[in-house]
Design a protein around this ligand. Structure first.
Ligand code: 3H9
Length: 696
């Protein structure tokens, strides 16, 4: 059996190679292997120095996350790193790919580091709800100073080799072959008798730091990382580096790490890490399924969605043609795209040259004749079945015979749209979320006859345009919006029963979403939903409760922020919602009309009334197979709806509450509020069996 770590001598240098694909994670065997390799280098009379290097595409990308939550097997990573640092022969880390987390900690335990120019170094632990737990929070500030360390550790973002060199983290950049360069560097160190640099003994960068710096930093994190525990604890650990001797600081780091590891937030964030990778796996569309290359695209419609979608293609270097019905609409749409890019340039997040390059990839046209060469056509026209079918009918002739025909519908039946063409295998839903150039989620909607190749191509395209593509089934509202219906419905019912928009919004905001349902409605605009509700009014079951408040607000001409008033009112030019007595009066009037006696409603009830419909509907969606996995639903809510990642998405959240408790509460609501709260059979079964959605 091949071992994940090998020892070989090259000249006078003992080379310890970690070979644990795909990312050389520090499994128990790897930790043991490094310890053994060090022992061999120490005992090897012909080795004057040692190099630690990764085989394959990367250096060590961190601890083995799959081992988390299981009993820790020796050797402890801290122990291994202590051995490295205590080695009497110089040890050099040779970095390529990503030296992350525990991998970066191993590198910091070495006396010197060299790297290829493309290497990245960082501590992503915070993104898993953790902190660097093998000395990273104690060693990094000793090299780069407290402020830079705080920034790196609390952001989790890696830095490139050149920046690491400037910060003193990397001693030499290797231009040629890494192993050759690292061995030569190590030989030189040994020949010159360079002193062994032990970061744990360096004190000058952490000696004299004002406590106020940490307080300020933590305050900032309270805003930028609201609700997250790990960034605060990262700051605590770095503060320990500045206030305690190394050994004690290490102990403090260990305690803080263990505290986070036991908490729910790290479990939720690790769940999302794996879920994001899981979404790409579709049981009946294997990895080998052929993918059509997408070298050019067309977008139909230059409205807000169309423009945003076109930007995605241009950002990924794919030329895109935007089609509109009139020159005026086209000019208006492209001007908005230009304005969006210019705003990013102004914020310093995009260079003018990049903006120009991207704009040059976006062309406009008024003629279907100009989109005939596109590999994919994404339709983002008016949300009405007749219009969509007409467009797909035209595409039958206008689009290339093998082009993917995608629709950005958010509500309509993909199969009916596909029926307007003779190539339903090439028809697929690509449901972007607004603003389409910003939101990471892409619901990829599979129709009854969508081909596997079309699905594989859409999933691959999602990755290329840096979206998180999640495959969902064809149903009203697909997955995300279908679940949202119950959330919005209950939020509105709560108003007549005794709550006010600002109370509901506060509860949801405190739970961790960026905003509550009423602020969200005002931001998105209330008129679209109103139009849809009016369209469905004739077929609405009359025995079911209905809240007319949203309709009445629209009848008052209040469509949200864009009209200066909606559920709230807004000062001119401001987006800050101001509670409006007129709305309160409307709510009271409606409650009276509906014979509802208003009562004091607790925050706890508001949270459950709003969150549990998501869970109940999510369970139905799973049962119907409209989502492949509960974790796919979680990914949809994290990337499309701003659900707090530290709660792991609605289905994971339900697991943490306990499905028995969720089910009992839903049954209670069912008794009081009726039919809408009929518990989903899957939820009932899992609750009865004491299982979790994760166990499915
Ligand atoms: C830590 O280090 C704690 C220490 O401070 C203290 C300890 C005491 N473990 O992302 P990809 C799997 S915490 C186990 O698609 P890419 C991944 O699930 C850790 N598995 O590749 C996937 O599996 P599958 C700190 C891991 O090239 C496969 O590898 N480190 C790990 O797009 C390929 O992954 C991190 O947080 C892991 N650590 O990106 C780094 N990492 O094929 C986390 C990956 O079955 N990793 N896998 O779906 C990453 O950020 C990216 O994977 C990386 C490569 C950038 C490395």
């Amino acid at each position: 059996m091949s071992t994940p770590v090998e020892y070989q001598r090259r000249g006078s240098v003992g080379v310890i190679t970690v070979n644990n694909p795909p990312v050389n994670a520090l499994s128990t065997a790897v930790r043991q292997g490094i310890a053994d390799g060090l022992a061999r280098a120490a005992a090897d009379p012909d080795a004057r120095a040692a190099v630690i290097i990764g085989a394959g595409r990367t250096f060590i990308a961190g601890a083995d996350i799959r081992e988390f939550g299981k009993p820790l097997q020796p050797p402890d990573l801290n122990e291994v790193i202590r051995h490295i640092e205590q080695s009497t022969k110089p040890v050099v880390a040779a970095l390529h790919g990503t030296a992350l987390g525990g991998g970066f900690e191993v590198a910091l335990g070495c006396h010197y580091r060299c790297a290829v120019p493309t290497a990245q170094l960082g501590f992503p632990e915070v993104k898993l709800g953790l902190l660097p737990g093998a000395g990273g929070t104690q060693r990094l500030p000793r090299v780069v100073g407290v402020e830079a360390a705080l920034r790196m550790i609390t952001s989790g973002d890696p830095i490139p080799a050149a920046q690491a060199k400037a910060l003193g983290l990397v001693d030499e950049i290797v231009q040629g072959e890494l192993l050759d360069g690292a061995v030569a560097f190590a030989e030189r160190l040994a020949a010159e008798g360079k002193p062994l640099r032990k970061i744990s003994e360096m004190q000058d960068k952490v000696g004299d730091v004002a406590p106020a710096l940490f307080d300020e930093f933590r305050k900032g994190l309270g805003k930028s990382a609201r609700g997250f525990e790990a960034p605060q604890r990262c700051a605590d650990a770095v503060q320990a580096a500045a206030t305690l001797p190394f050994a004690e600081g290490l102990k403090r780091e260990r305690e803080l790490f263990a505290g986070l590891m036991q908490g729910t937030q790290s479990k939720a964030q690790i769940h999302i890490f794996f879920s994001e990778r899981e979404v790409t796996k579709i049981p009946d569309v294997p990895k080998e399924t052929p993918v059509k290359p997408i070298g050019s695209a067309a977008v139909l419609g230059a409205g807000t969605m169309g423009g945003g979608i076109a930007m995605n293609f241009a950002n990924a270097g794919i030329p895109v043609r935007v089609l509109e019905m009139s020159q005026e609409a086209l000019d208006r749409g492209l001007a908005v795209v230009r304005k969006n890019y210019a705003a990013t340039v102004e914020k310093g997040r995009l260079s003018q040259a990049d903006m120009d390059r991207r704009m040059s990839l976006i062309g406009g046209t008024l003629s279907y004749g100009d989109i005939g060469s596109a590999d994919i056509v994404v339709e983002a026209v008016f949300e009405e079945m007749a219009v969509k079918k007409q467009v797909f009918g035209i595409l039958e002739k206008a689009a290339r015979p093998d082009a993917i025909l995608a629709t950005n519908t958010s509500t309509l039946d993909i199969d009916e749209i596909a029926s307007a063409t003779s190539r339903p295998g090439q028809v697929i839903g690509t449901h972007f979320f607004s603003p389409a150039n910003v939101m990471r989620l892409l619901e990829i909607v599979r129709g009854a006859r969508t081909s596997k190749e079309t699905i594989a191509t859409a999933m691959d395209l999602a990755r290329k345009i840096r979206k998180v593509g999640v495959l969902v089934g064809n149903c009203d509202g697909f997955v995300g919006n279908r679940m949202l219906h119950g959330y919005i419905r209950e939020a509105e019912f709560l108003l007549a029963e005794g709550a006010l928009p600002q109370q509901v919004d506060r509860v949801i905001y405190d739970f961790g979403l960026p905003m509550g349902p009423f602020t969200m409605g005002d931001l998105a605009g209330l008129d679209v939903g109103w139009r849809i509700r009016k369209g469905k009014a004739a077929t609405r079951p009359t025995h079911l409760r209905y809240s007319p408040i949203g309709d009445r607000i629209c009848e008052m001409g209040r469509f949200g922020q864009k009209t200066g008033a909606g559920w709230y009112r807004y000062e001119k030019g401001s987006r800050a919602p101001i509670p409006d007595p007129e709305i309160e009066a409307l709510i009271l009037r409606t409650a009276k009309e509906q014979g509802i006696e208003r009562r004091q409603i607790s925050d706890d009830e508001i949270l459950k009334r709003c969150m549990y419909p998501l869970i109940n509907e999510g369970a139905r969606i799973l049962e119907e197979g409209k989502a492949l996995r509960a974790s796919d639903i979680d990914v949809i809510y994290i990337y499309g709806y701003g659900f707090p990642v530290y709660r792991g998405g609605p289905m994971f959240y339900a697991d943490t509450v306990g499905l028995g408790a969720v089910y009992d509460t839903i049954c209670g609501f069912h008794k009081v509020h009726g039919e809408f709260w009929q518990p989903a059979p899957l939820l009932e079964r899992l609750a009865r069996e004491g299982k979790r959605f994760r166990d499915l």
